[in-house]
Design a protein around this ligand. Sequence first.
Ligand code: IPR
Ligand code: MG
Length: 145
Amino acid sequence: MEKPEAAPVPRVGVAVFLTKGGSVLLGRRLSTVGNSTFALPGGHLEFGESFEECAIREVKEETGMNIAKTEFLTAMNYVPAEEPKLRHYVIIFMRADPASADEEPKNMEPNKCEGWNWYEWENLPKPLFGPLQTLVDQGFKPFPP
Ligand code: IPR
Ligand code: MG
């Protein structure tokens, strides 16, 4: 007998604002979700993982960078408007510093990202990944006081 399909459930994504002065690290996505938009490093929260652990792991996996002073900033319920609804993410936004001045981003997953660059918050590239654009539209600032 065929196994009944499990009901869809929301997933958790962790996105990391790596900040350097007034700039943030962004890369153009090559994945299906948000294809060709500029987005923060980050990814899916694994079972049993803390937000901080996920931020550290995802930034390392995607950029090769070590981070420090990881902190929670905000959260967002992200349900893209497409019908039928195919995706639902709760996105946790964290902030962190590069662990040292020597840390430089490398494109560790070239199948998922075009490459990482620093962009001034006041002069962000377009188009931004939807959830990031929503924060910008709200006047959100990711920088520490
Ligand atoms: P991975 O885990 O592949 O880095 O996931 P992602 O970068 O597609 O992020 C998942 C959450 C997003 C789509 C809100
Ligand atoms: Mg990712």
